[in-house]
Every structure is written in structure tokens, then in C-alpha cells.
Design a protein around this ligand. Structure first.
Ligand SMILES: [Ca+2]
Length: 146
């Protein structure tokens, strides 16, 4: 590969990695990963965004899934959204995010019959109807709670 082309591609990759939304919202994802010990597709932007990484789609405000939309629409989240790409959230703001996350645990954002918390615990996406825990897994989890 000619050198200028290689350099151009590296810059392109860096720019796409540092896209504003991904950069600004990362602390939220980090917090969610930590609180729920998330793995795989739940530990990435796909937790709240309906994006196809193989098509290089970027997480944005206009591709939020049902779970992401519940955050977007929560009154406590309003002051935390649509910030500048270099914005650094304060500890108090991240606490507010965590509070909203807890408030949404009992909600079934994608209306597939499993609450957001149940889906996070069972490894399915809480904002995607096509990602549903099996009936057995759900029954087992609910049995444990009683
Ligand atoms: Ca659900």
C-alpha cells in the first residue's frame, strides 16, 4: 500500500473512532458495564444503539434502541444529553445516570416480556425485541428471586 494512502486510512479510522457521540457517551457505557458486569454485545454501544458494526454504523442520537430511548426521554437525563464532544461528566452527573439506570431496571423497554434488569442479567439486549431471554432462563432467574 502506498504510504500516503496508509496514513490517510489511519487518520480516517482515528476520526471515526473519536466521533463525538461515542466519545461523549462512553462514561455512561463504562458505568453500565461496571454496575452490571456486562460482556459481549451488552458491553458495547450496541447496548443502547441499533447499529451494525460490520457496516461501520456509528452510535448516534438517531439510532437509539428502545432502551436508549428510555434514557433519552427520562427527565433526569435531559441536562446530561447533547453535550459537547469533549465534555467531561462530573461524579454527580454520572451518579444521576446510574440513578436513571436503576429506575429503568424494572421497565421492559422493548416490551418483550423481560425487564431491562432481567435482560442485562441474562445477556440479552434490553432495547431490542429480537434479543429475548429464553423462557427457561427467565423462569430460572425469577425462581431464584423468590
Ligand atoms: Ca425487555
Amino acid at each position: 500500500m502506498p504510504r500516503p494512502l496508509a496514513q490517510f486510512l489511519i487518520v480516517l479510522v482515528l476520526v471515526s473512532l473519536l466521533s463525538s457521540h461515542a466519545l461523549a457517551m462512553k462514561p455512561f457505557l463504562d458505568r453500565a458495564r461496571k454496575v452490571y458486569d456486562l460482556e459481549g454485545k451488552l458491553a458495547k454501544c450496541t447496548l443502547c444503539h441499533d447499529v451494525d458494526e460490520s457496516k461501520k454504523e456509528e452510535p448516534k442520537g438517531n439510532n437509539l434502541d428502545d432502551y436508549g430511548m428510555d434514557f433519552e426521554n427520562h427527565p433526569l437525563m435531559k441536562p446530561l444529553l447533547h453535550v459537547d464532544e469533549n465534555y467531561k461528566y462530573s461524579k454527580a452527573e454520572l451518579k444521576t445516570f446510574e440513578q436513571v439506570m436503576k429506575l429503568l431496571e424494572g421497565v421492559d423497554s422493548d416490551k418483550d416480556g423481560a425487564t431491562n434488569l432481567e435482560e442485562l442479567q441474562l445477556g440479552t439486549l434490553p432495547g431490542r425485541k429480537d434479543s429475548v431471554p429464553s423462557a427457561e432462563a427467565l423462569a430460572k432467574l425469577r425462581g431464584k428471586k423468590r
